[in-house]
Design a protein around this ligand. Structure first.
Ligand code: FES
Length: 174
């Protein structure tokens, strides 16, 4: 037996194939399918993340609160809910307003939040009183004791026999 290697020359030239090899075809196909599936899975997540920012807020800021004929000269407390959309957080907190008529028959609504430290005031005979540190306010919301500022006021409009309240603003009556 000879220990030298024996090479056979078949005389065949290496075969050159044009186009894709099997390996390239598989990697393109699998890569494309993977990218398609990844896009399909990530699009809903992107939409969820971006949607609340792009969405237009619908609806006005006026809230229908009470029938006009229920309003008296003495302030009464009325509760109502507002619909809030803050990015991804949606809520319907309950608010309240003290609504009354002035001597000229004009309606106005005051916020119940004491301007001292934020407790809730209430009407007592002829004055608003805060139970926390005894702040007093007039019917127009003017601060008499303790609190540094008048009670805030709601924007108010009458439409078709109903009182609508808008955003809270600084008191315009005192
Ligand atoms: S919070 Fe109303 S008096 Fe202090």
């Amino acid at each position: 037996m000879s220990n030298h290697e024996h090479h056979e020359d078949t005389g065949n030239k290496p075969v050159k194939r044009s186009g894709l090899s099997r390996r390239q075809f598989l990697s393109y196909t699998l890569g494309g399918a993977g990218a398609f599936m990844a896009a399909g899975m990530s699009l809903p997540m992107i939409r969820f993340a971006v949607d609340p920012i792009l969405k237009k807020k619908v609806g006005g800021t006026w809230i229908k609160v009470v029938e006009e004929n229920k309003i008296t000269n003495d302030p009464q407390e009325f509760k109502f809910n507002i619909h809030q959309v803050d990015g991804w957080y949606v809520s319907d907190p309950e608010l309240s307003a003290w609504i009354s008529k002035d001597n000229s028959g004009n309606y106005f609504a005051l916020s119940p939040v004491c301007k001292h430290l934020g407790c809730t005031i209430s009407w007592s005979s002829d004055i608003y009183i805060c139970p926390c540190h005894n702040a007093h306010y007039t019917k127009d919301g003017e601060n008499l004791t303790v609190a540094p500022k008048p009670l805030d006021e709601y924007d108010l409009k009458i439409d078709n026999g109903w009182v609508y309240l808008g955003p809270i603003k600084a008191n315009t009556r005192v």
